[in-house]
Design a protein around this ligand. Structure first.
Ligand SMILES: *Cc1c(COP(=O)(O)O)cnc(C)c1O
Length: 385
């Protein structure tokens, strides 16, 4: 498999999926059996397997992680006139899904140590219109869900957890998505497991799960064909995508083990360099989805990234704050100082499961030279200017 041979790779990418398990044979099985649309045994097996990973009774596949969020909010009857509290520092889909229901996103700040929604930033933003909190578990870590659930219960709010980046993580032994009313997942090509494009919602409540399943399929009754009980959407996943997803889930433990080893290697090799790694709370078992760092404040990030690219190392800036986007610039919000700081200083390093130790050394060497050219040396070394 030449794409997995590092010597033939021109640029070390930030991400590429590892499809070396049963993916191909399961897809061929779909083609041979002609079950390529949204009915088929792989859909059921994928959903059951995902529910067991998360530890919830219901997992429902959908076509991507953005519609998973929209379906979740819609099925909690969130719409025009409502407000949903969301971190500004997140991938834009978390915010777009709120706006797509007609509700208004209200931006909360993040914590500097773990980059997650700050639970203490929530309460001051609550108004009579607030209906839900949408915590986002970023970069493989997990938000302070016990604190967030406490605020939610006190103010009678729904909680939709965006778990797109944290499959396989846990907090106090509980998988994210199992704390709130609904958890949503994405299986895009750069996520922990992929189905190409794909997503899922998980829920504990039986009635809510039935509604999610009905609404994702045009609102059609689950027992009576062509009888549509309410407004619905076509958010279905294909059996082909689920076949890839099932093969990926079979190897989840292996993928997670490799990702944790990669993160440990980066932390060890960069321990004397003044960059800040994401620091999850002690009860969190992070999956290190993308190993990401905050560069020193005085650093020119664009120049670091350009110089690393010249060495054949792709990196990626972390997300901009959603409040910086033109369509969300005039919304109510708290103080977003820390979200802005993480956005400005953050950078993701190559983190895909088949990244080799040799390639990790290359990434680290390239980062260290780029930092040295800006006068940033290892701790304990003299600055060369
Ligand atoms: C990837 C991602 C999504 C959206 O998933 P898609 O499958 O690309 O629609 C939502 N939220 C977060 C935090 C993500 O990283």
């Amino acid at each position: 498999m030449k794409t997995h041979d590092p010597s033939r790779r021109k640029v070390i990418p930030v991400y590429e999926p590892d499809l070396s398990g049963n993916e191909k044979s399961y897809v061929m099985d779909c083609l041979d059996s002609s079950w390529i649309s949204s009915i088929g045994s792989y859909i059921d097996r994928f959903e059951r397997s995902l529910a067991s990973v998360v530890g919830v009774p219901h997992a429902i596949s959908v076509s991507n992680g953005t519609v998973a969020l929209h379906l979740a909010l819609h099925c909690l009857d969130i719409g025009p006139g409502d407000e949903v509290i969301v971190p500004s520092f997140t991938y834009i889909a978390s915010v777009n899904a709120i706006a797509q229901t007609g509700a208004r996103p209200v931006f909360a700040d993040s914590q500097l140590h773990d980059w997650q929604l700050d639970p203490h930033a929530i309460e001051p933003l609550i108004t009579s219109r607030t209906r839900a909190i949408l915590p986002v578990h970023l970069y493989g870590a997990v938000c302070d869900m016990p604190a967030i659930m406490q605020f939610a219960r006190r103010h009678n709010l729904y909680v939709v957890e965006d778990c797109a980046e944290c499959l396989g993580a846990s907090r106090g032994g509980i998988h994210p998505g199992a704390f709130g009313d609904i958890g949503t997942f994405s299986f895009f090509g750069n996520k922990t497991i992929t189905t190409g494009e794909g997503g899922a919602v998980v829920a504990r409540d039986n009635d809510l799960a039935r509604r999610l399943r009905r609404v994702k399929g045009q609102g059609q009754s689950l027992t009576r064909r062509y009888w549509h009980e309410e407004l619905g959407f076509n958010y279905r996943m294909t059996n082909v995508a689920a076949a890839i997803g099932l093969a990926q889930l079979e190897r989840l433990e292996d993928i997670l083990r490799r990702k944790r080893a990669i993160a440990q290697a980066y932390r060890r090799l960069l321990s004397k360099i003044p960059v800040d790694f994401q620091l999850p709370d002690s009860s969190v078992n992070s999956t290190n989805w993308l190993v990401s760092i905050l560069l020193p404040r005085e650093c020119d990030r664009a120049r670091i990234m350009a110089e690393m690219m010249e060495d054949g190392v792709e990196t990626r800036p972390v997300f901009y704050g959603a409040h910086q986007m033109p369509m969300y610039a005039n919304l109510p919000r708290g103080d977003l100082k820390r979200a802005s700081e993480i956005s400005a200083r953050g950078m993701s390093l190559p983190s895909f499961p088949t990244l080799s130790p040799l390639e990790i050394d290359q990434v680290v060497a390239s980062l260290c030279s780029a930092l040295a050219r800006q006068g940033i040396a290892s701790i304990g070394e003299k600055k060369t200017g």
